[in-house]
Design a protein around this ligand. Structure first.
Ligand code: MG
Length: 371
């Protein structure tokens, strides 16, 4: 049973190119399946989440991170009686526009584009992927996703200004997205804040004492676990504490969002859209704990000396190849060269690089620049 403020599939604004209904999957379920079968989705397997050259086969890739976000999102959507199929689709699509080498690749592409008065934004790139780069249907370009899925791809993490983005006018930029899309930014953070503590600890880059001092939510649960399981190994205690921390974040997001919905008086998805602020949110205390964990990871993992060489490598490879293809656009694949007249070389090169997996861009760099 959906809540009155959920988005029922019957209320969808539909697809760009109308299609007959499927006999046993609704439109949001079909969109989920279209994302899973997309080439860009399969490439997530070989795109960095945090660690590039894997120190171990156990670390998250962007694909396993995406699956974890989908799992957490479904659980929270079900507890709030939101549309689980829409939430799952948006979770599976949320990182589809990410370039190789994680945030270093993203930054390097953006720097290269800014030299031409342009920029790189992974949400806008994700929309280009599902609208035009994925070619699976004889009858139309792209995946022909429903309006709400395309809207969620754009609006799940932040609002875009209508004056800066006239090309996005159809996505109701003056309105909040439905709650199903609002959840994703928070479930993404729950997933990576806990997973990156896990992978960082496993990699030996984060020490238990440091995590305890820097992440009070983790410390609270580890103290609890130490009293309950005196004989358990240190790693099992770590896992148990981390699981409780994840559960705390998810439960708080459910409870606090439900409270905000009740207090706001919103009844329908149109009320959600016209409410002055997003309603999906952690409580102030848990939001502070979330921010503390994120800040700890930023300082001690993402910007640590240990990860600096792999980040510098990634940025250099993206920058080198961007510069090479600007000088030698005739060596780009034919279909990219065809679009160059219309969209300009920088955008086309950016699209090409952003689509690459870590392996493929490393191969290209070795082959072309002999390094
Ligand atoms: Mg993510």
């Amino acid at each position: 049973m959906l809540a009155s403020y959920a988005l029922p599939v019957e209320a969808s604004r539909g697809r760009r190119y109308p299609e007959p209904p499927h006999p046993y999957r609704d439109d949001f379920q079909r969109d989920r399946d279209r994302i899973i079968h997309a080439r860009a989705f399969r490439r997530l397997e070989n795109k960095t989440q945090v660690f590039t050259r894997r120190l171990s086969d156990h670390f998250r890739t962007r694909l396993t991170h995406t699956i974890e976000v989908a799992q957490i999102s479904r659980t929270i959507a079900a507890a709030l009686h939101l549309n689980e199929s829409l939430v799952e689709t948006l979770a599976l699509a949320h990182d589809i526009g990410h370039p190789p080498f994680g945030h270093s690749g993203e930054r390097a592409l953006d720097v290269a584009m800014r030299a031409h008065g342009l920029y790189f934004d992974h949400n806008l790139h994700a929309l280009r992927i599902v609208e035009s780069f994925e070619q699976r249907y004889a009858s139309h370009p792209g995946l022909n996703l429903t309006f709400e899925v395309r809207e969620g791809i754009i609006k799940h993490s932040h609002d875009y200004s209508a004056t800066e983005h006239p090309e996005l006018a159809e996505y109701l930029l003056d309105q909040r997205p439905p709650l199903e899309a609002q959840l994703i930014d928070h479930t993404d953070e729950i997933a990576y804040n806990t997973a990156d503590l896990d992978d960082g600890f496993e990699a030996g880059l984060l020490k238990l004492d440091g995590i305890r001092r820097g992440v009070s939510l983790f410390d609270r649960y580890l103290s609890q676990v130490e009293k309950e399981f005196t004989a358990a190994s240190a790693k099992l205690k770590f896992n148990e504490a981390l699981k409780r921390m994840l559960n705390h974040l998810a439960t708080d997001l459910i409870d606090n969002t439900a409270r905000r919905i009740a207090e706001s008086g919103v009844q329908t998805v149109e009320d959600v859209r016209h409410h002055p602020e997003r309603l999906a949110a952690f409580s102030p205390a848990t939001d502070a704990a979330r921010a503390e964990a994120k800040e700890f990871l930023s300082r001690n993992l993402y910007h640590s000396d240990s990860l600096r060489p792999q980040k510098a490598d990634g940025e250099k490879i993206v920058g080198d190849l961007f510069a090479y293809w600007l000088e030698h656009p005739e060596t780009l694949p034919a279909d990219y060269q065809e679009r160059m007249g219309e969209q300009g070389a920088p955008r086309i090169i950016c699209d090409y690089l952003a689509g690459m997996t870590d392996n493929y861009i490393l191969d290209q760099h070795r082959r072309i620049l002999k390094r």
